[in-house]
Design a protein around this ligand. Structure first.
Ligand code: PLP
Ligand code: TYF
Length: 394
C-alpha cells in the first residue's frame, strides 16, 4: 500500500526554517516563520504563562479527560476576549481545538457538512495553509483581490468587486486583524461595507484571528470580528492563542459558530463536538487551561496584557525604524507602507528572484512571496536589512 503514496508539497515557510538552520554564515537574519522573537532572538515564555504553569503544577489534581469541547471555562474566557459583549452568549457554540490550524480545519469540515456546494472565497494572497487545507478537505476555492501591489495597501475596490461574484451560501474567509502575509488591513468603515455586502448577498463570513493584540491593541484588533459577528446572521470564527500567549507548541485554539438566535446554538455545539470526536476526541488542555487561568485572574491578566503590549509596541518601533532607514537610503517614501502595516508581517511586494538574491548575497531569509517577519529584526539588523533591500534593487 505504501508504494502508492506520492510526495506531498512541502510547506514553503517551514522549509525556509530548515534552510536557515543549515546556513553556516554568522551574519544571517531569519525573517521567515511567524514566531515572535525579542531583541535577543529568543521566543520567550510569557511571564503570566510561567506564573500560571507554576500555579497549575501546584493545584492540578487530575489529568483525566475534559469534554469533547474542552473545558467550557476556556470557551467562555476566549469568547469574552474575542467578542466581548457584542453577541449574545447563548447564540455561540465553541470548542477547543489543537491550535488555530485545528479550528480552521474543523471550520472547513463544518462548511462541507452544512453546505457541500459552498465555495470559500479567500484573499489573494492568504496564509498558504488555508489553500492547502481547503484543497485537502475538497472545497472549491475562489480568490478575491486583496493586496494592491502598487500601494501595498488593500485593493478595496477590487475586493468588493470580486466578492460581488459570490453566490448565496458561499463563505468569505477574512483575517480578523494583522493580515498574513501582507500586513495590510481593512479599516472599520471598510469592514462595515464588507458586512453590508455579505448580508445583501447572503454570504457567510469565516474569520481567522491569529494575532489579536499584535496590531493596534487587544480591543482594537477585535473590532472587525465583533462588527461581523453582531451584524451577520451566521459567523464562523477560528482563533489561535499561539502568538498572543506565546504558547505555539501547546496547540491552543478555539472554533466558534455564531448562530442567528439561541435556537441554532445547541445543534451547532453538538456538531462541533462531533467533529472534535471524529478527528481526535478530546482537544489538548494544557495551553487552554493556562489561557483560562490568565484571563480569569486580574493580576495574571494585567501582566499578560502589559507584556503583549510591550511586544506590540516593539514591533511598531521596528516598523518605523525600518521605514525611516529606507527613507534615508532611498530619499523616497516608497517604503512608508512598512510603518502603516500591522502585525508580524509585511509583504514587500517584490519578486521571488530578488528575495533569493537577498538570501544569497546578504543571508536574509524571508518567505519567497517577499513576506518578512518584523519580529525577526532588532536595532542592529534593521540597517542591514534596509541596505540589502536597496542593494538588491527592490
Ligand atoms: N491562521 C493564520 C492566519 C496564521 O497565521 C496562523 C499561524 O500561526 C494560524 C491560523 C494558526 O496557528 P496555530 O495553529 O499555530 O495556532
Ligand atoms: O505564517 C506563519 O509563518 C505562521 C506559522 O504550516 C506557521 O502562521 C507556518 C506554516 C505552518 C503553520 C504555522
Amino acid at each position: 500500500m505504501f508504494e502508492n503514496l506520492k510526495p506531498q508539497p512541502a510547506d514553503k515557510i517551514l522549509a525556509l526554517m530548515q534552510m536557515f538552520r543549515e546556513d553556516p554564515r554568522e551574519q544571517k537574519i531569519d525573517l521567515g516563520v511567524g514566531v515572535y522573537k525579542n531583541a535577543e532572538g529568543v521566543t520567550p515564555v510569557m511571564r503570566a504563562v510561567k506564573a500560571a504553569e507554576k500555579q497549575l503544577w501546584e493545584a492540578e489534581t487530575t489529568k483525566a479527560y475534559t469534554g469533547l469541547a474542552g473545558d467550557p471555562a476556556y470557551g467562555d474566557a476566549m469568547i469574552n476576549l474575542i467578542l466581548g459583549s457584542s453577541v449574545a452568549r447563548d447564540t455561540i457554540a465553541a470548542v477547543a481545538t489543537p491550535g488555530g490550524t485545528g479550528a480552521v480545519r474543523q471550520a472547513f469540515e463544518l462548511i462541507k457538512m452544512a453546505n457541500p456546494g459552498a465555495r470559500v472565497f479567500v484573499s489573494d494572497p492568504t496564509w498558504p495553509n488555508h489553500l492547502s487545507i481547503l484543497k485537502y478537505v475538497g472545497i472549491e476555492t475562489v480568490t478575491y483581490r486583496y493586496f494592491d501591489r502598487e500601494t501595498r495597501g488593500v485593493n478595496f475596490d477590487g475586493m468588493m468587486e470580486d466578492l460581488k461574484g459570490a453566490q448565496k451560501g458561499d463563505v468569505v474567509l477574512l483575517h480578523g486583524c494583522c493580515h498574513n502575509p501582507t500586513g495590510a488591513n481593512l479599516n472599520l468603515t471598510q469592514w462595515q461595507e464588507v458586512v453590508d455586502l455579505l448580508n445583501a448577498q447572503g454570504l457567510i463570513p469565516m474569520i481567522d484571528i491569529a494575532y489579536q493584540g499584535f496590531g493596534d491593541g487587544l480591543e482594537e484588533d477585535a473590532a472587525g470580528v465583533r462588527l461581523v459577528a453582531s451584524s451577520c446572521p451566521e459567523t464562523l470564527i477560528a482563533a489561535s492563542c499561539s502568538k498572543n500567549f506565546g504558547i505555539y507548541r501547546e496547540r491552543t485554539g478555539l472554533l466558534m459558530a455564531v448562530a442567528n438566535d439561541a435556537s441554532g446554538q445547541a445543534l451547532n455545539q453538538k456538531t462541533l463536538a462531533f467533529l472534535n470526536r471524529q478527528n481526535y476526541s478530546f482537544p489538548p488542555d494544557h495551553g487552554a487551561r493556562l489561557v483560562t487561568m490568565i484571563l480569569n485572574d486580574d493580576a495574571l491578566r494585567a501582566d499578560w496584557a502589559a507584556e503583549l503590549e510591550e511586544v506590540r509596541l516593539g514591533m511598531l518601533g521596528l516598523r518605523q525604524s525600518l521605514a525611516d532607514e529606507l527613507q534615508r537610503l532611498t530619499g523616497s517614501d516608497r517604503f512608508g507602507f512598512i510603518a502603516q502595516h500591522r502585525g508580524m508581517f509585511s509583504l514587500l511586494g517584490t519578486t521571488p528572484e530578488l528575495v533569493e538574491k537577498m538570501r544569497v548575497d546578504a543571508g536574509i531569509y524571508m518567505v519567497g512571496d517577499s513576506r518578512l517577519n518584523i519580529a525577526g529584526l532588532n536595532a542592529q539588523t534593521v540597517p542591514i536589512l534596509a541596505k540589502a533591500i536597496v542593494d538588491a534593487g527592490v
